[in-house]
Design a protein around this ligand. Structure first.
Ligand code: BMA
Length: 328
């Protein structure tokens, strides 16, 4: 399997440690964004990063001392050391009127045809999928909300497929949703969404037997869209969020070509097992590089910090080919 069409030679990277038997390995100085990372900020987690010019830019889920999440911009020379703007991203609508929502969380940040889109969980009489675009990371113009409430985990594909935009999402409820499958929708204009299809659901694997949801924007390969996602199980002490991986068909991404039958990352370290919400790894962004085959995954840990993990295309494709569900 080969990564297609994305270059990121300056991405953060650590080689696979000797004797590492797991398909995804953690950055050696995690978390990359610790608690209280800026004045007045309690937590940053579940956030999205892209390469931008000669550095990296990100849209971050920030919780201040009110506990209400908002989105904020951050910049980094190397993807590891981050500085954050002092104020929330100011969204406007097409008429330059206020486009802020009461809360905003779990952003994804995806470039399609040279325009950057932020997709996040917005307040639309309950959680649903907000969408905004920017050309310069200075002006952020809101588009129509993509879906009716309730919905979370909107993940736009990084290119149009068959001429149309495609977005994964996870219909939900207004609370700590105890169910959920990944669906895909398409749009000719990022306004009208339809032709909804179910991609995949929770299943009998115990780590993903409660609900699943999209993660980073899918990575294009010559064999399909490599898609990291989160899978959730319920224990006597609450939910546990792990990361799985699937390969979606290139032309028809509602078709699952391969899906791992085991997690490739699960809460194991102190910063994943302990925090505001214990036992959560929640991937929201991945950097990938065609030439080297490297992949860096940004994930929120325990709803408290941002951490990084790595894999490469040979390792993750071998894992997927060896440990997948029986595909129909
Ligand atoms: C989900 C979302 C995520 C969060 C997770 C675990 O429903 O709210 O932002 O990381 O729960 O608390």
């Amino acid at each position: 399997m080969k990564i297609k069409g994305v270059q990121c030679p300056n991405m953060p990277w650590r080689p696979r440690p000797e004797h590492e038997h797991r398909p995804v390995w953690r950055h050696d100085a995690n978390p990359v964004i610790a608690r209280n990372p800026a004045p007045g900020v309690a937590r940053i987690f579940n956030s999205a990063v892209v390469p931008w010019k000669d550095h990296f830019i990100g849209v971050f889920r920030v919780e201040d001392f009110t506990g209400v999440p908002h989105l904020r911009l951050g910049r980094s020379p190397d993807g590891l050391e981050w500085t954050f703007e002092d104020a929330p991203i100011r969204f406007v609508n097409a008429e330059d009127e206020d486009g802020m929502s009461r809360y905003a969380y779990d952003p994804r940040l995806v470039a399609v045809d040279g325009v950057h889109y932020i997709i996040w969980c917005t307040d639309f009489h309950g959680p649903s999928i907000g969408l905004a675009k920017t050309d310069d990371f200075k002006t952020f113009v809101r588009l129509e909300n993509a879906f009716l409430p309730f919905n979370r985990n909107g993940v736009l594909f990084p290119e149009r497929i068959g001429g149309v935009y495609k977005m994964l999402s996870r219909p939900s409820d207004n609370g700590h949703t105890a169910f959920g499958d990944i669906f895909i929708s398409e749009s000719p204009d990022l306004i009208h969404w339809g032709r909804h299809r179910r991609v995949m659901g929770k299943n009998d694997s115990w780590w993903q037997n409660l609900k699943i949801g999209g993660g980073p924007a899918p990575i294009k390969t010559d064999e399909g869209w490599l898609t990291f996602y989160h899978g959730v199980t319920r224990t006597c002490n609450g939910y546990v969020y792990s990361m799985g991986v699937a390969l979606l068909d290139l032309e028809t991404p509602s078709r699952v070509r391969l899906r791992s039958n085991r997690f490739c990352l699960t809460p194991e370290t102190a910063y994943e097992e302990t925090g505001f919400v214990p036992n959560v790894v929640f991937p929201c962004a991945a950097l990938a590089d065609e030439d080297s085959g490297r992949i860096a995954i940004y994930y929120g840990a325990a709803d408290s910090v941002v951490a990084l993990a790595y894999t490469d295309i040979d390792t993750i494709s071998a894992f997927l080919r060896t440990h997948h569900e029986d595909m129909p």
